[in-house]
Design a protein around this ligand. Structure first.
Ligand SMILES: Cc1cc2nc3c(=O)[nH]c(=O)nc-3n(C[C@H](O)[C@H](O)[C@H](O)COP(=O)(O)OP(=O)(O)OC[C@H]3O[C@@H](n4cnc5c(N)ncnc54)[C@H](O)[C@@H]3O)c2cc1C
Ligand SMILES: *[C@@H]1O[C@H](CO)[C@@H](O)[C@H](O)[C@H]1NC(C)=O
Ligand SMILES: *[C@@H]1O[C@H](CO)[C@@H](O)[C@H](O)[C@H]1NC(C)=O
Ligand SMILES: *[C@@H]1O[C@H](CO)[C@@H](O)[C@H](O)[C@H]1NC(C)=O
Ligand SMILES: *[C@@H]1O[C@H](CO)[C@@H](O)[C@H](O)[C@H]1NC(C)=O
Ligand SMILES: *[C@@H]1O[C@H](CO)[C@@H](O)[C@H](O)[C@H]1NC(C)=O
Ligand SMILES: *[C@@H]1O[C@H](CO)[C@@H](O)[C@H](O)[C@H]1NC(C)=O
Ligand SMILES: *[C@@H]1O[C@H](CO)[C@@H](O)[C@H](O)[C@H]1NC(C)=O
Ligand SMILES: *[C@@H]1O[C@H](CO)[C@@H](O)[C@H](O)[C@H]1NC(C)=O
Length: 604
């Protein structure tokens, strides 16, 4: 017995030593300089870390503020798809917005992943690329054809592999495999556990012509209702960390990944051609802790996300002079767009009580049923626990062409293939703002505004990276946003009024009852709008539409040298999509841009 135990311990030690570990002590890095320093091991940062170190002669340091994605007693919470609705704070930045003026000054929880893989390790796993119009608009206004749908499609495919669903059902008629990747590290799949909603959602698409069926919403045309694709592979979450920073990548001798450490600011190392050069970063693990400076030979790449990136830029003297001066920070690069023009998707939930016990409430309220489902999952990685609890179908829609909202406010989307709003269909009570009722079975729709015009900001609260910045998504501040989301709520009611739902829907949930007149819907929106967790635009690209931004079309910071930004903050317009797929795509292209600029050969 004891011999076996010591053998096991020896084996464990052996395994531990055999694996290159993540670095946790910033004072003991083996090098004082690296070719590239990637700030943030999140969705975009993980892609860069992997792609840049494909060539052994290139060395890279990744600095990630959060924890490991493969260490700790609570890993099930970020790996098991069913647990996505309740990600613990230990994986999060715990941000809260400033009071939202148009929402009766409510403050909103504002989650961001604080873990390797960033928000892709904690997100709802929806895999949506957006329409070809989104990429084509970016190409048009940036003047760089490289951002067009046609040019980006190879990069979109490069990151993805479509895998069989957890229940291995025949997916013919539910997805178009021809538009999916076959060799990328991020695993995607269709729902792996059928729901009582499935047949009714599909029946509605044939009954009501305004909600047509779409075989594959990731083909470039997302409009209509289709089967949800999730970043789930073999019943487990597939994140940027599991995909791009798997053990064999961490093992690369030319890659160091440091966790639990923040970049406190960028260091100006010299001036070249009249521009400040930022080939250095300062690191610390807490406000008063030891500070360490590390140099980059080729570039520092900011991938700290839409909150972290503008935060670090401003703390480094790159931002609007007026605000920097207010906090006593010397302006090195006057870049007024830093932290400005932020966009996010606001949404409201709608719920209906339904005439079935076959919804997720039944599983969640009964420990025996839950444990039976967990046992199935533990043994096979199948069953309801392997499935995205967000729902099995979602849909993207435009306002009808004769809508008075369009004639009054114009079209706010990227083009005719881009949606104004999104509906998701889930077989449970979904809400981020209301408690789940103790009794009853429910279906829900998330009603989201996906081409909003309100723009908010990220501003400094203090001069320390260890204090949260002021986050203001400025939800629902334009009349067009309110009018469009109001139309979306009405569309959701039309969807639920199809005869497919007769005998199934019993009644709207208490608070959702009063959502028929415009006045009632406005009050409902004010009370319940919250974030879909899609901030972007806080370090936006220079474009013909908005003029000089923070980065040029190669994602290099204007007015500086040696510094690039690759994450969701660079988008000048929010995509009509959940953002992880667009972020993976830009990070894949950015990896090639960087390799080309520094003469690093591309893998064929
Ligand atoms: C709860 C939630 C649900 C979501 N649901 C979906 C969904 O279902 N589908 C979808 O497509 N998208 C979803 N999103 C959005 C999507 O995940 C993000 O848009 C995307 O992951 C952003 O990628 P990024 O690289 O810009 O930032 P992130 O992935 O957030 O990466 C930024 C990284 O930088 C690190 N960092 C920040 N500051 C510092 C610093 N000073 N020093 C060192 N490191 C730092 C962070 O810890 C983080 O790891 C969701 C997001 C959240 C938070
Ligand atoms: C958020 O809160 C949790 C729980 O208190 C904590 O473990 C985590 O470290 C916090 N995140 C940050 C970035 O401080
Ligand atoms: C919200 O706060 C602002 C500033 O404090 C105040 O002027 C406004 O009246 C408040 N609105 C509501 C609805 O309370
Ligand atoms: C899946 O279903 C389609 C159409 O119903 C059928 O043509 C195909 O052979 C099936 N595939 C498998 C592997 O059974
Ligand atoms: C399933 O596995 C987890 C550990 O991953 C364990 O905590 C849980 O008790 C198991 N549940 C069942 C029902 O086997
Ligand atoms: C969904 O998963 C559960 C186990 O978690 C299983 O009992 C049930 O049969 C599955 N539903 C379908 C339709 O396959
Ligand atoms: C728009 O057109 C549809 C059918 O084409 C019609 O049912 C609807 O009433 C019209 N709406 C408005 C606002 O004119
Ligand atoms: C619920 O469904 C049953 C049949 O399954 C039906 O008899 C009953 O009328 C339904 N109730 C409601 C409120 O629709
Ligand atoms: C709905 O509105 C009616 C009339 O304004 C009101 O009497 C009722 O209390 C409201 N119900 C809810 C649940 O808010």
């Amino acid at each position: 017995m004891s011999i076996r135990r010591s053998f096991l311990i020896a084996l464990l030690c052996f395994l531990e030593n055999g694996l290159a570990a993540l670095l946790t002590d910033h004072t003991r890095l083996t090098k004082k300089s690296y070719d590239f320093i990637v700030v943030g091991g999140g969705t975009a940062g993980s892609v860069l870390a992997n792609r840049l170190t494909e060539q052994p002669e290139v060395n890279v340091l990744v600095v990630e503020a959060g924890r490991s994605n493969i260490d700790g007693p609570d890993l099930d919470d970020i790996q098991v798809p069913y647990f996505v609705a309740d990600i613990p704070a230990s994986f999060d930045w715990n941000y809260t917005t400033v009071p939202q003026r148009a929402l009766q000054n409510r403050t909103l929880a504002y989650p961001r992943g604080h873990v390797l893989g960033g928000s892709s390790s904690t997100n709802f796993m929806f895999y949506t690329r957006g329409s070809s119009d989104e990429f084509d608009r970016l190409a048009r206004i940036s003047g760089d054809e490289g951002w067009s749908w046609k040019a980006m499609l190879p990069y979109i495919l490069k990151s993805e592999t479509l895998t069989p669903p957890a229940d291995d059902h025949n997916t013919t008629g539910q997805v178009d495999p021809a538009v999916h990747g076959k060799t990328g590290p991020v695993l995607t799949s269709l729902p792996g556990n059928a729901s009582v909603l499935d047949s009714r959602v599909l029946q509605t698409t044939s009954e009501l012509s305004e909600f047509p069926f779409n075989l594959d919403m990731n083909s470039g045309n997302p409009l209509g209702v289709g089967w949800l694709q999730s970043t789930i592979g073999h019943g487990v979450r597939s994140s940027a960390a599991t995909a791009f920073l798997a053990q064999e990548t961490i093992n690369r001798k030319n890659l160091d990944v440091l966790i639990g450490t923040r970049v406190t600011r960028l260091l100006q190392t010299e001036r070249k051609d009249g521009k400040p050069v930022f080939l250095g970063v300062e690191l610390a693990q807490c406000d008063s802790g030891t500070k360490v400076q590390i140099r980059a030979k080729k570039e520092v790449i900011l991938s700290a996300g839409s909150i972290g990136t503008p935060h670090i830029l401003m703390l480094s003297g790159i931002g609007g002079e007026k605000e920097l001066t207010r906090l006593g920070i010397t302006t090195v690069v006057d870049a007024p767009d830093v932290g400005k023009h932020m966009q996010d998707h606001p949404w409201v939930p709608l719920q209906w009580q339904v005439n079935t016990t076959n919804t997720l409430e039944t599983i969640n309220r009964n420990p025996d049923i839950f444990n039976a489902a967990m046992a199935v999952y533990n043994a096979t990685k199948q069953g309801v626990i392997s499935n995205n609890p967000g729902g099995n179908q979602i849909g993207w829609f435009r306002l009808p062409p004769n809508s008075s909202v369009l004639s009054e406010f114009g079209d706010t989307t990227a083009g005719p293939l881009s949606p104004h709003f999104e509906l998701t269909f889930g077989n449970s009570f979904l809400s981020f703002t209301e408690p789940v009722p103790a009794t009853g079975n429910f279906m829900s729709m998330c009603v989201a505004l996906v081409a909003p015009t309100s723009r908010g900001s990220v501003q400094l609260a203090t001069t320390s990276v260890f204090d949260a910045p002021l986050i203001d998504p400025a939800f629902m501040q334009t009349p067009s946003d309110l009018a469009t989301l109001t139309e979306a709520v009405k569309a959701a009611h039309r969807f639920a009024a199809a005869s497919a739902w007769k005998d199934f829907i019993v009644t709207p949930f208490v608070e959702a009852v009063n959502t028929t007149t415009d006045v009632d819907i406005h009050a409902y929106i004010t009370n319940l709008v919250t974030t879909f967790r899609h901030p972007m635009g806080t370090a936006r690209m220079s474009t013909s539409e908005f003029g000089s931004g923070v980065v040029n079309s190669n994602l290099l910071v204007n007015g500086a040298s040696g510094l690039r930004i690759v994450d969701a903050s660079i988008f000048p317009h929010i995509f009509g999509a959940h953002l992880q797929a667009p972020v993976y795509a830009i990070a894949e292209r950015a990896s090639d841009l960087i390799k080309k600029e520094h003469g690093v050969p591309l893998l064929s």
